[in-house]
Ligand binder design. Sequence first.
Ligand code: URA
Length: 225
Amino acid sequence: MEKSGHVIRAKPPPAVGPFVESHSLSALAEQEAGCTRCLLYKNATQVVPGEGSPQSRVLLIGEQPGDQEDLSGRPFVGPSGKLLDIALERAGVARDKCFVTNAVKHFKFEQRGKRRLHKKPDASEIDACRWWLDRERALVRPGLIVALGATAIRGALGRSETVSRLRGEIIDLDGGAQFLATVHPSSLLRLKDESDKREAWRGFLADLRKIAHWIEKDDALRAAG
Ligand code: URA
């Protein structure tokens, strides 16, 4: 894939151990199920590992599981996931070409009566969970890593950057993969004003079309050997 000329160096993840490396995504998911690297496991129903083929060329990173993901054990199956599916389809990206995961793998929430209200993971939780994201990256070896929102950016790069600074530009990462940041689909769901919604939707689709374009070029390069 042609280089963008702009390289980002990701911060190395914190060293931990002892740990036996998993050689498959299913073995990794079993290890994730026993994770106590931060306290979020205490209240969540279950861990939500990434999902998709180990041959995926694109890694899509969200923030953390929501209520429905926590209950089902699968990423992006709730309202944000449904919107993401529509947007990917409109942009010409097959979800099954992507490995879909989250920066943080347990649902963080605040209980209000019967409702569980989403709470943003903090930097220490994101950094603790990078351990798993990096293992997923090592097993899938994607050519393009897409961060949906600021939490995903921190999970991917190991440091905080605003979405507005990185958004929409394909950047080379240390180690060969490329990187694209865009907004999280839930930010579109929160908008009230119709014209803001239309503009945000257009911008999101424009970013996702860059993934479709990247996949086309990647397929062509692979076909050419
Ligand atoms: N939001 C996310 O970031 N990930 C999910 O899996 C669901 C909602």
